[in-house]
Design a protein around this ligand. Structure first.
Ligand SMILES: [Zn+2]
Length: 177
């Protein structure tokens, strides 16, 4: 099919796209890793989208740093939590904002990227983070399912940190006051 002219050449446009929408698991709860790629729980370019939104928001408000909570140690199979990805996004943000015309350079920092999850738990406890209202389950439930990778990592992190999960403690108190 003949399409619009572009740069003096006529573009060919296919009637049918070969691009298919990605398939998503109906429930991630019992999902394991997929063969030869990121885990089935990977959401296509999620962190890239969130970083782009954060960078736009920061630029509009005159901020020059975006801080992320990315962590690669316990989840190395996700492509968008790795240091290479953070550096690439910083280059893209600096090329696509006022920084490209001499404005302040953006930094994207990921202070937890190489910490074990148990060390992140300890850091949060030191800073007074209220984990009793944090939710990790891929199934979207407040109570950890105990089966999905996120719940298993969370449980292991609190166990290694030597403290009960404040979320489980709170839910237990609410259920049996
Ligand atoms: Zn879960």
């Amino acid at each position: 099919m003949a399409g619009p002219r572009h740069g003096g050449r006529r573009l060919k446009v296919r009637r049918k796209s070969r691009i298919r929408p990605p398939s998503y698991p109906q429930s991630c709860c019992c999902a394991g890793p997929s063969a030869g790629g990121p885990p089935i729980t990977y959401v296509p370019f999620r962190n890239g989208i969130l970083l782009a939104v954060a960078a736009a928001w920061a630029e509009a408000r005159g901020a020059d740093e975006v801080v992320t909570g990315f962590n690669v140690i316990d989840s190395p199979d996700y492509p968008d939590t790795r240091p290479d990805f953070v550096r690439a996004m910083a280059r893209a943000v600096n090329a696509g904002t006022r920084a490209a015309f001499g404005g302040p350079r953006f930094r994207i920092t990921a202070p937890f990227i190489r910490l074990k999850k148990s060390d992140i738990v300890r850091a949060g406890l030191t800073l007074g983070a209220d984990y009793s209202h944090s939710v990790s389950c891929y199934d979207g439930a407040e109570r950890p399912c105990g089966r999905c990778s996120s719940c298993r990592l969370r449980a292991r992190a609190f166990k290694e940190a030597g403290v009960p999960d404040p979320l489980v403690v709170r839910l237990g108190k609410e259920q049996h006051p």
